[in-house]
Design a protein around this ligand. Sequence first.
Ligand code: GCO
Length: 480
Amino acid sequence: MTDSTTAAGQGNPDYRDGGLVFPPAFTFGSATASYQIEGAFDEDGRGPSIWDTFSKTPGKVFNGDTGDVADDHYHRLDEDLDLMASLNLQAYRFSIAWPRIQPTGRGPANQAGLDFYGRLIDGLLARGITPVATLYHWDLPQALEDEGGWMSRATAEAFGEYARIVGEAFGDRVHTWTTLNEPWCSAYLGYGSGAHAPGKMSPEGALAAVHHLNLAHGLAVLALREVVTNDPEFSITLNLHSIRGHGPTGAEAARRIDALANRAFTGPLLKGAYPDDLLEDTKQVTDWSFVEPGDLAIIHQPIDVLGVNYYSTVTVSIWDGVSPRANADGHQNVGGSPWPGSDIVEFHVQPGPYTEMGWNIDPSGLFDLLVQLRDEFPEQPLMITENGAAFADTVTDGAVHDVERVDYLRRHITAAHRAIDAGVDLRGYFVWSLMDNFEWGYGYSKRFGIVRVDYDTLERTPKDSALWYAELAASNTIPA
Ligand code: GCO
């Protein structure tokens, strides 16, 4: 393993290294999610999800875009599997749509839904690509939302039964199981800010959703452990925030956001308790009585790997209550707040450059986050389950020369390598995303893929970043 760092993490500040070699066991893969790529929203027994409802509600999603067709992955499975193999992917992180398996979130499995994911998993294995299955990437069956959704404890209990069904079906073939993708988004954007489905704006509801998602994770791990047989790894993926303080109040502001965005999950999941400062910061919002005796023991299941999604940093301070409040937290502002109990924190515009999402490009934020996790949870293996960038791609003679995306990937993968040099037990990296797809509230206006999708013809075209990534994945070496 070569490295260009003078001391761990202290290499050249531009992070544009080449030639760095990753350990042979390190996994390079790509990630997608069911609602963002599958389409076939009402086929083969799939029931409606909250994102079907939300995207069809006027004004909620850019341009009125929906996931009805998306990338039509549901009907192009073999083509997409061959595409993954052509890019030398060692693993593929996908999500299973709960409404395909249980159309109303409860009851017997829909065999056609199981069959689709069975074909996907078998197709991956036949091509030597490791399947990494996420049970939930935000497409909650609408019928469960009608009964309270993640604000209701019953949804967590239903999730445990869903996990059992999926574990029984695929537990002989899937090795790495991720229960939830980004419960922070599900809770705070879905029930706090309203920017994501189901579009609710309830500070207490958001915190109740945090807890019920944590509980769902624990119940799912317990259920999977009973039925999977393939030497399983259990995981959860968190979009942990890399937080910088600004000015004299920066440390207190950073503590508050770290409590809400990070430790509200890592506390119960990895330590078995909600942090005291979180309870104190939110005591005007809720008394947390939705936490029942025994819940934390259920949530605090040992996990084999912690998935980390990273895109950019945030810079915060305590608002003075007088000047205009800076609100550059990187999320769409539709009226509610994703920061229950800490709306006194302001988010500052950070130095560029920026991606098409307006997110700053700062690989040191990834390095810092991974090292913080190493220090806080030294025994916990980590996996970068998402990292990538949206740029305004242009097509030139049928090709996409996305030099900005290649540079973004190079710099963040360099940061991952430096983290390994600094002693982080990092197992893999999944680029978000395999292909352009439905970017939630932004619809199809933001392209994150290393493969371009023409939304008129649904033709797939590998971008230069895909060719660059294929070289990386083939050699575990950052291309020169
Ligand atoms: C997330 C989700 C993905 C997004 C991607 C870009 O992290 O928000 O997992 O579904 O599309 O991160 O925002």
